[in-house]
Ligand binder design. Sequence first.
Ligand code: FMN
Length: 373
Amino acid sequence: MTPAPLKTRLTELLGCEYPVIQTAMGWVADANLVAATCNAGGFGFLAGAVMTPAEVEAGILQIKAKTGKPFGVNFHMYTPGAGEIIDICIKHRVKAVSYSRSPAKEMIKKLKDAGIVCIPTVGALKHAQKAVEMGADAVVVQGGEGGGHTGSVSTNILLPQVVAALKVPVVAAGGFKDGKGLVAALALGAEGIAMGTRFLLTQESPVPAATKQQYLKTGVEQIIVSTKLDGMPQRMINNVYLQTLEQTSSLGMLFFAIKNGLAFTRITGGSLISMLVNGWKMKQSNGMTLAQTLMAANAPMMIQEAMVKGHPDQGILPSGQIAGAITDLPTGAELMDAIVSEARATLMQLADRFVAPVGNGMTQKKNSLVGIP
Ligand SMILES: Cc1cc2nc3c(=O)[nH]c(=O)nc-3n(C[C@H](O)[C@H](O)[C@H](O)COP(=O)(O)O)c2cc1C
């Protein structure tokens, strides 16, 4: 039996070999990880949302030095350099961009006029519909299992709803790690999977070894959703640091945020007054408490302590629940090979088990099931 080619509208759109996306993760999805993913046949996104435009440009050039394959850049429309990042993506002919809150229509038009694929991540049906109205070419739908900011509906329920409502390719995210998951997502109507946590736990991921070990030894139940960090639901490991935050009163949070802010201003060279003024302005515009607003402003520092400096007990560990089911640290190539061979084997086993042989055993139905999609 011929192995399934695993081609979908997503592989056509992005120009990659397999329908597997490595999503953007702040301080994790660097040039090295993206290049490793793309060289292995997947499609990687550079975590541009936590970079300056100059860092994004340097990252793009580093990726290009390591791979000739197409890749993408993630950005945040509210970061001050968003317009510049778009120009850089156009200048360097980046294949795709991802974002979680939709940029203005004219920004999307500019990207699309330059031939760049727009593929946002959404966590709810109405956001998926809105994203397509705004011009998205495909959407990544993330269920509540997923890492980082996340919704409340599980992938299993959300994905088919979004697939039924949209005509553009839909990619499944939240809770995937292997080839069986890929086949399950295809069965639910997705055109591929997008994974964050699984790629965080690879050899090429820049996360320090002590922090990777913390992810590997954490069980599924210890990966919870908290709003304590920035007021929005975010899935992360329930480590000592998060437990302390959870038990801290609002006043305590304010002191904590100011203490953290002071340390942050020492690093960035900013002043406490300007931090408080910015915090106050943000509070006026989004209705969060001052403590939450200051915490949101300090979140990068708390995440970097664990993810960059390698102190997993002294910072925040954003994570999908799937970390609780991951036990190894393969290279990007090993991971992709394992996913593809398991997906093919699973498709064949399903065909063998559930499609009745007719005549010589090679039925039309059997061939078409193995060949999907
Ligand atoms: C450590 C970490 C950092 C993340 N940072 C970002 C980010 O900067 N931008 C973004 O759009 N999503 C971010 N996410 C969400 C992921 O891109 C992705 O949507 C999610 O991890 C998918 O779920 P999974 O972890 O179950 O694979 C992050 C996730 C993790 C685990």
